[in-house]
Design a binder for this molecule. Structure first.
Ligand SMILES: [Zn+2]
Length: 558
């Protein structure tokens, strides 16, 4: 009835004729839209003509941006379904009036419903359907579905921008019945975000995040993990994603891993494949003790940070005790030990355990108390990472025993010991083969060795960077059996790819010098002296230059 009425008015005003009206009605039937707008679209009338009719026939006035102050908060309270149902949105409230913005002021029924809804009279402002959509986009785009996908993307990027700007480490998207909550974690504390997300937009947002993280969007009842890279101001931020099924639907947590230049990815440390896989396996246990040993300056802390980065997923609660904190890691609660003021490793560890974290990193186990608390924590459902200042893997085990850790406890709690070195790499431009070969102490064989005297490229040092060398003592059942003994023997036999063996390979290939090798690597005294040449680990067993381990690349770039 409205359509006829409006169409007739245009004819009466001699703005169009019957033929035009018929054409417009046919177009409307095919494509939808309001008749006034269709007439504009078909070029039969102008926007001003329509506005004039609106002014004449209704109580509405044309909306200009400057003629009303918009009360955004009031506007956002209005349910999305009603905006779509009435083609109208309230923009301001006064004592006796509600200001309504609509593209359809002719529909008196709709206007009456709104009067009833607010219990107040209306001041109606009119704009064309196109302008109405633009308005909604500008003011409440995240809330309103205008063209589904872009809407969600926009909301998503707004959310991430806000989280990044506030240096938050996590974004939690939670559902509590009808209530949808967004929370950011900053400095370990979760803060509610004052943003309203409608139910259908929320589920679209969840789906969107699952898609870009390569998760299965058809599965809602199982936890899933994924990741993606987010580009923000020319920087890429890796984001890890976890979903958890809850009573009211899926919960999603995003962990923002701000790149730290000093942070090396676990797979880039240069561990050989076997050591790397065992280390990863040790880290993937829900509990237990993961130790890293080596002399000062061997890169133990770097290894622990890389391990934490590897473990740093949204659902895990990770805490550290350090002295000092060398790298800030997002999503991880880090504490600085201060022995002078009584906040020791042992004291800090007790405090941390009261909060029941999943993973604890202890900068260094230096004393009996810390050793006891750390091993007990590792037995009671925590994964504990720590460094110990010893130069062999077995040494770390003996050291713990010295600090009063009982063999049974050690056997049950220890996952692995990584022992590592940083050796000097010979400059590839000036290194020379020692043609005579050199006999290595303890062995009866001669191997090729190299030496470098310095050149322009290495500024006369003969050295070009460092190379990490890692061996691992992995607690297999057999190893555990040995650890259970009061005085375990032969612990070295459980070491995978011992340093001395890996080092021989590096020596022979001119990567390191014999001097550096002998200074850093301890050759076990019980080693068979007639080691066959084939037992020297071939090089490259690992490719240190370009990290031949397949990079754990992020599945999605966008
Ligand atoms: Zn050189």
């Amino acid at each position: 009835m409205m359509k006829k009425f409006l169409g007739k008015t245009f004819i009466e005003k001699k703005l169009i004729d019957y033929k035009m009206l018929v054409k417009a009605l046919a177009y409307q039937k095919r494509n939808g839209g309001k008749i006034g707008e269709v007439l504009i679209k078909l070029g039969f009338i102008k926007k001003e003509d329509l506005e004039k009719i609106v002014l004449e026939k209704t109580s509405a006035v044309p909306f200009r941006n400057e003629n009303v102050d918009i009360d955004e908060e009031f506007l956002l309270k209005f349910p999305e379904e009603l905006i779509q149902k009435y083609d109208a949105v309230p923009i301001k409230e006064e004592k006796n009036f509600v200001y309504i913005l609509t593209s359809d002021p002719f529909d008196l029924n709709k206007m009456d419903s709104l009067r009833f809804y607010f219990g107040k009279d209306l001041k109606i402002f009119y704009l064309t359907e196109e302008d109405f959509k633009k308005f909604l986009n500008k003011f409440i785009s995240p809330k309103i579905k205008i063209n589904g996908k872009n809407q969600v993307e926009e909301l998503f990027s707004k959310m991430l921008t806000r989280a990044i700007n506030s240096k938050s480490s996590d974004i939690h998207l939670e559902q509590h019945g009808e209530k949808k909550v967004v929370r950011f974690r900053s400095n370990g504390i979760l803060y509610d975000q004052p943003c309203k997300i409608q139910k259908d937009i929320f589920s679209k947002l969840i789906n969107y995040i699952k898609i870009i993280s390569n998760l299965d969007i058809t599965k809602h009842r199982i936890p899933q993990d994924g990741q993606f890279l987010y580009f923000f101001e020319n920087k890429e931020i890796p984001i890890r994603v976890s979903t958890f099924p809850t009573q009211y639907g899926e919960k999603i947590v995003l962990r923002l891993l701000y790149r730290n230049n000093n942070l090396e990815k676990l797979e880039n440390l240069g561990m050989d494949v076997e050591v790397y896989n065992l280390f990863k396996r040790a880290l993937s246990q829900l509990n237990g003790l993961v130790l890293v040993t080596g002399p000062t300056g061997s890169g133990k802390t770097t290894t622990l940070y890389s391990a934490l980065d590897f473990l740093n997923t949204p659902e895990k609660n990770i805490c550290t005790l350090e002295d000092p904190i060398e790298i800030r890691l997002s999503g991880i609660i880090q504490s600085q030990v201060d022995e002078k003021s009584g906040f020791s490793f042992a004291e800090g560890l007790r405090g941390l355990l009261r909060q029941d974290p999943d993973i604890i990193m202890v900068g260094e186990i230096r004393d009996e108390q810390t050793a006891q608390i750390a091993t007990n924590a590792a037995l009671t459902g925590h994964l504990v990472l720590a460094t110990l200042h010893t130069i062999t893997s077995a040494g770390a085990i003996y050291r713990l025993k010295e600090m009063g850790v009982k063999p049974e406890i050690l056997s049950q709690s220890l996952n692995c010991v990584v022992n590592q070195r940083l050796l000097k790499k010979l400059c590839p431009y000036c290194r020379e083969l020692n043609k005579k070969g050199e006999k290595i102490p303890f062995f009866d064989i001669k191997i090729n060795t190299y030496i470098s005297y310095g050149c322009e490229k290495c500024y006369g040092t003969g050295i070009s960077g460092r190379i990490g060398l890692y061996e691992i003592f992995y607690s297999t059942d057999k190893a555990k059996e040995e650890l259970r003994k009061e005085s375990p023997e032969n612990l070295d036999s459980f070491i995978v790819n011992p340093l001395w063996k890996q080092g021989l390979g590096l020596l022979q290939n001119g990567i390191i010098s014999l001097k550096d090798y002998l200074e850093n690597v301890r050759i076990p005294s019980d080693i068979e002296k007639d080691i066959k040449e084939k037992e020297i680990m071939p090089f490259p067993q690992k490719n240190f230059e370009d990290n031949n381990l397949k990079k754990l690349s992020f599945k999605n770039n966008f």
